[in-house]
Design a protein around this ligand. Structure first.
Ligand code: HEM
Length: 141
């Protein structure tokens, strides 16, 4: 599931060429082995950078699985540090999970999640209802 399925809502492919990740997917990658974080809507895998980070691995682990934009900016990282981001870039936050995304995209996300959640349940209930009717009528004849 995840990026492939969500991309099917019709909001297009990631412009950077990387896959889309939901914030829920990013949140899962926050163990001692894996550390993904979000900075300015982009997803970074900093797992192999933990020991090399001049600011220490502790701060990165604290931000793992989360949107670290604010803490990254608060530190006032140098241009070199910003350049380094490219090395750890793995994809983008899915448009449905972006706070600053336009209302057009957000409404598409809403419609898509509405249908995937409710349509299956409604269809299932209809099938069960029809089967029930069929067996009841069959029993009477
Ligand atoms: C992939 C993401 C990150 C990269 C590539 C990165 C890179 C660097 C680099 C190169 C430095 C040395 C100083 C500089 O050049 O600015 C640094 C320092 C530091 N970083 Fe990061 N960093 C990242 C994420 C973060 C995050 C999320 C935090 C969260 C608080 C953080 C906190 C710090 C701190 C506290 C320092 C030490 C600043 C100092 O001693 O003056 N970094 N980082």
């Amino acid at each position: 599931m995840g990026s492939e399925q969500l991309s099917a809502v019709g909001v297009g492919a990631a412009p950077e060429g990387g896959p889309f990740f939901t914030l829920a997917e990013v949140a899962k990658r926050s163990s001692s082995r894996e550390a993904w974080l979000v900075i300015h809507g982009r997803v970074y895998d900093v797992g192999r950078f933990l020991e090399e980070h001049p600011g220490g691995e502790e701060v990165l682990l604290e931000q793992a699985g989360k949107d670290a934009t604010e803490s990254f900016e608060d530190v006032g990282h140098s241009t070199d540090a910003r350049e380094m981001l490219k090395e750890y870039f793995i994809g983008e936050v899915h448009p449905c999970d972006r706070k600053n995304e336009g209302s057009k995209v957000r409404s598409k996300c809403f419609v898509s999640s509405f249908w995937s959640t409710w349509l299956i349940s409604i269809f299932g209930a209809l099938v069960i209802g029809l089967m029930y009717r069929y067996y009841m009528l069959d029993g009477k004849s």
